[in-house]
Design a protein around this ligand. Sequence first.
Ligand code: NAP
Length: 281
Amino acid sequence: MILIDGKKAAAELRAELKEEVAELKSKHNKVPGLTVILIGDLTPSQIYVRNKEKSANEVGLKSEVIKYPDSVEEKTVLEKIQELNSDETVSGILVQLPLPKHIDKQKVIEAIDPSKDVDGFHPMNVGNLSSGYESSIPCTPLGCYLLIKKIEPNLSGKKAVVVGRSNLNGKPMTQLLLKENCTVTITHSKTKDLKAECLEADIIVAAVGIPELVRGDWVKKDAIVIDVGINKTDNGIVGDVHFDEVSKNAKALTPVPGGVGPMTIACLLKNTINCFKRSQI
Ligand code: NAP
């Protein structure tokens, strides 16, 4: 079985991006800039944002974090986004989710200029992705896609099963696989026989949030299995896939941690650079 090393793939991607940033700097005499808005003091969000900033600096991007307390008014955040939308030194804007309850997530997402939407959550980017046009692609599914392509460059005609239909993961993942001419089944909590669906798949992407849901006898020999899940349990962090069981059957499998996670941040940097490049045309 191939253990898909997301840490290594992410390090390789960051090295490529670092070179690209250096080239862009010599061509345009400026570098892409990423601004992250962090609201509140949720520990996981703070850790994510710190890692994003560290990785952005590593590849040579200009990076900035704007912090607000939990009590910040929605209006203040929306005004800041407007300011960043018209700031030429800002190529990408990301508002770290989740947001406090009094702030309307959809309003915030829609306030971001779609050309600076490095998360790919703006309805215009969602629509572009599903129409097959150029768009910012949500970072986690983009990372999964790049890992799958490393194992199997030609996905045409493959049967893919995506477990979970969130806007963050399942839906954009489905679009990316469709674009590669896979036959895609998207499953969710109301799916009748998930095991039977998974058993048909050449590629399984699990993004559910249920520890070790996908079992060894759900997976066809030689399937590629991508585990997006990050679940805290008494035995530590585990994915949505039962690693020990599935590793006996699958052709390739991502570990948790060290699989999809590192690729997510690298893809955020890639999206920021792409936003910058599009703004220079
Ligand atoms: P989410 O928004 O909670 O969506 C979960 C999806 O799973 C929903 O579509 C839900 O179906 C479906 N589901 C729930 N129970 C199911 C079942 N028994 N069988 C089949 N489908 C079921 O989750 P998310 O934001 O996509 O995140 C999923 C996991 O990925 C979480 O563990 C999260 O921590 C992790 N994650 C990892 C990264 C990373 O960088 N690696 C990034 C983001 C998220 P319904 O739509 O019917 O409710």
